[in-house]
Design a protein around this ligand. Sequence first.
Ligand code: IMP
Ligand code: MG
Length: 181
Amino acid sequence: MKESIAGILISEERIRDKVAEMAQTISRDFEGRDPLVVSVLKGSYMFMADLTRRITVPCTIDFMAVSSYGSGSKSSGEVKIIKDLDRKIEGRHLLIVEDILDSGLTLSYLMELLRARNPASISLCAFLNKPDRRKADVRPDYCGFDIPDAFVVGYGLDYDEHFRNLPYVGILAPEVYGGKE
Ligand code: IMP
Ligand code: MG
């Protein structure tokens, strides 16, 4: 499957350095707040594991799985909850961990839904950000890398459920997806 990757966009080493830096900033900002770190599955699983092992303040973790209604990989903005959080979030400081902010439609829907449960605060941590593709007004409080409008895979991100296990972020060869997402 290696020929499916047109090139490496972000190497393992750059990922390691950036995640360490983000964890340091988050640990400083959340000192004394006992955050609930929420991973949005599946794309964020690898980032979540690396990030949380470097967070130095007390925290708890939980997972949510969502899927976008609609066909293909385009986000419709309407989200179906496949797995909800295990516990109540009222009064908690939430840190939502996402793989990538693209149109922002999924996250804006999800954040509205979580806000209705009265957490003390909601912050957003995205490993990748495609600012040129934004349709909803969502900005990450913590962001790993701004990337151009290309379809990327690896480090948790998939194309048709493949490539999540790559340790780097690669650009998917247009031949694989026919040049359109
Ligand atoms: P949004 O609602 O358009 O922001 O969609 C976000 C979701 O789309 C992410 O959580 C990913 O699962 C998926 N996604 C967006 N861009 C990419 C990409 O370049 N590679 C892999 N998945 C992507
Ligand atoms: Mg995905």
